[in-house]
Every structure is written in structure tokens, then in C-alpha cells.
Design a binder for this molecule. Structure first.
Ligand code: ADP
Ligand code: TRP
Length: 326
């Protein structure tokens, strides 16, 4: 079996990215062939500072390696180093209606947040994502639940293309994790933790130092109920319990029960220490790898060459299928 996924090199990676995405990649590599992408073209609508984008690409690469992804076993590559993705996205743009893209929840949310200032790239985002995926014929696409709609659209595009032009693409399956699929923001537990959040208090970055982590968790938004319970109407407490579960592996029921008679302060202190213990070795691994940028750049190049060899071949069959000359 083959899996493929990617993360955009925007801002700082946080524990939501780890639990919702990266941890699964590390699990999957044990049994599957992995394609793990740095989605830098997808980052351009968000990160317009060239120096920062470049640095983010290196940091994401260092993070992939620090969390335990094996660059030999998997194909770890940079989206922009395989220009065939944009060609395929263009071919898909002829098969998809504007109204379908207009219905994408992420587009609607992001467009609203930007008022009138909506880049075209935000609108065509799902086409490029479909190209990223279908190019390599993965069986599964592990992502956080905010990406469900995009993977479904990818499946639709594959089916539509195959019906019209003949069997060309494998229709991949979505893979979601249950708990941890969505870590919520510390400053607003009704919305997902996001690296593009307005406040740094929203997330725990994988590069946050121990005291920053403690401060952020101690100031996490909760409620005035006062009783520690894993309940839908207590999203802040629920999120803290989820984070403890993710960092330690203890079930949420056990965690909730162990705070019987205790207060939010006790819970927060313990969650902070659990998250510190979890993040510290990751942070050290990232910082160490960032000291050797040449090796990081070589790792990206080597993986991208492997990906490009496959994409070149795939595009030959796609061009033939649609009737254009190769
Ligand atoms: P962000 O929304 O923070 O900018 P991305 O959209 O680049 O992050 O997401 C990268 C990956 O991490 C995706 O697979 C996404 O589903 C996952 N992810 C992002 N935020 C979270 C979260 N809060 N909880 C779980 N997974 C998340
Ligand atoms: N859209 C994904 C996100 O925001 C990133 C991404 C780009 C991706 N291309 C992909 C994920 C292909 C899985 C497969 O997180």
C-alpha cells in the first residue's frame, strides 16, 4: 500500500499538525510506502515573504525528520520541485465547475477572513491538491478532518477523469484519526488550533520552549463550571484532556476520573508538564537538524528527484489520455 500527504510550510508547526497529520505519517511508514510532501506552492497564498517561506521549508523538512520520518524509506519531496503538479492541476481545472470550488468550506472560510482580498490560488487550491495526490496513485491519504472535503473532491476528480478519458487514476481513500484529528485552539476551544491564528496563545508550536508551553496552557480558555469532565459543553476542558491523552496515551475517561474533586489549576499544571515532556525531544531534534542546512537541502533534492521521475512518467499517460502531445 502507498500513502501520500503533505503540509504547507506556513508559520510554525504546532501539536495539532503533529497529532492530526505527522504522527500518522510516522505510523504509516512502518507498513506502507510513503510520499510526504512539503506543499510550498500551497503556502504562497499565505506566506508572501520569500525569506520566511524559504526558512519555513527548511524547518518543515527538519520537523519531518525529527518526528521520525525516514527519508530513505519514504519519498520526502518539495511540491514546487515537481512542476508536473501545476500542469495536472490545470488539466483538472477544465473538469471542475466554479460552483464546486465555491462550495469548499475551507475556501469559504478563508475567503471570508480576507474580505475582498481573495487570491485566485485560494480558489484553485483543491485542484492543485488533487494533482498532488493523483499524480502518485496512493491508496490512502492521511489528513486532519479539515481536509476531508478536499480529499473527497480529489476522488470525484479521479472518477470523473477516468469516466471521460479512460482509466488513468487510482481513486484514493481518505484516512482520519479519531481523537487528535482535531486539536482545538487554546484561546478559543471551539475552533481548531491553527498556525495562522492571530495570537500565538492559540497554539503550542513544536519549537516552543518549556516555559512558553507552560504559560500558554495555564492561560488556556476554560469555563466557569469548575468540575473537570470530558463533556461537549466544556470544550476548553475537553481539549486539555484530549491533549493529555495525546501526550501520554492514557484514556480520556481515566484522565477525567483522576481529577474527581480537583480543580482546573491542577489539570492545567499536569497537562502542561505532559505536553512539555512530549514536545521537548521534538524541539531538540528540529533545532539540531536546522544547524546543517546543506544536508537538509540535499535531502529535499534527493526526494524531489525520485518524485519527479514518477511524475514525468505519469504525465505522459495523462497527456496521451486527454489528446495533447507529450
Ligand atoms: P493550519 O491550518 O494550522 O495552517 P495546515 O492547514 O497547514 O495547518 O495543516 C497541516 C496538516 O495538519 C493538515 O493535515 C491538517 O489537517 C492538520 N491540522 C492542522 N491543524 C490541526 C489541528 N488543530 N488538529 C489536528 N490536525 C490539524
Ligand atoms: N491542503 C493540505 C493542508 O492544508 C496540504 C496539502 C497539500 C495536502 N497537498 C496535499 C495534504 C496532498 C494531503 C495531500 O493541510
Amino acid at each position: 500500500m502507498r500513502f501520500l500527504s503533505g503540509i504547507r510550510p506556513t508559520n510554525l508547526l504546532h501539536i495539532g499538525n503533529y497529532f492530526g497529520a505527522m504522527r500518522q505519517f510516522v505510523e504509516f511508514q512502518k507498513e506502507h510506502d510513503g510520499f510526504v510532501m512539503i506543499a510550498d506552492l500551497h503556502a504562497l497564498d499565505t506566506e508572501t515573504d520569500a525569506t520566511r517561506l524559504h526558512q519555513n521549508i527548511l524547518t518543515l523538512t527538519a520537523t519531518y525528520l525529527a518526528v521520525g520520518l525516514d527519508a530513505q524509506k519514504n519519498i520526502l519531496f518539495l511540491q514546487s520541485s515537481v512542476p508536473e503538479h501545476t500542469e495536472l492541476a490545470h488539466i483538472f481545472s477544465a473538469l471542475v465547475r466554479m460552483s464546486e470550488l465555491e462550495r469548499m468550506t475551507q475556501y469559504k472560510d478563508k475567503a471570508k477572513a480576507r474580505n475582498e482580498n481573495v487570491p485566485v490560488a485560494l480558489f484553485t487550491y483543491p485542484l492543485l491538491m488533487a494533482a498532488d495526490i493523483l499524480m502518485y496513485e496512493p491508496d490512502i491519504v492521511p489528513v486532519g478532518d479539515d481536509q476531508t472535503q478536499h480529499v473527497e473532491m480529489t476522488r470525484d476528480i479521479a472518477e470523473r477523469f477516468n469516466r471521460h478519458y479512460g482509466e488513468t487514476f487510482r481513486v484514493p481513500k481518505l484516512h482520519l484519526t479519531k481523537v487528535g484529528a482535531r486539536v482545538m485552539g487554546l484561546d478559543d476551544p471551539t475552533k481548531k488550533m491553527s498556525k495562522s491564528a492571530a495570537s500565538a496563545k492559540n497554539y503550542i508550536a513544536l519549537t516552543d520552549d518549556n516555559n512558553t508551553i507552560r504559560k500558554k496552557i495555564m492561560s488556556a480558555v476554560t469555563d466557569s463550571n469548575g468540575i473537570v469532565a470530558y463533556a461537549d459543553d466544556q470544550p476548553g476542558i475537553r481539549n486539555l484532556i484530549d491533549m493529555m491523552h495525546l501526550a501520554t496515551g492514557t484514556t480520556v475517561e481515566k484522565i477525567a476520573a483522576s481529577y474527581d474533586g480537583k480543580g482546573y489549576g491542577d489539570l492545567k499544571r499536569d497537562v502542561a508538564e505532559a505536553v512539555v515532556a512530549f514536545v521537548e525531544p521534538l524541539r531538540t531534534g528540529i533545532v539540531d537538524r536546522l544547524k546543517d542546512k546543506t544536508t537538509l537541502a540535499e535531502t529535499i533534492k534527493e526526494g524531489s528527484n525520485r518524485a519527479r521521475a514518477l511524475a514525468t512518467k505519469k504525465m505522459e499517460s495523462v497527456r496521451k489520455a486527454v489528446g495533447i502531445f507529450a
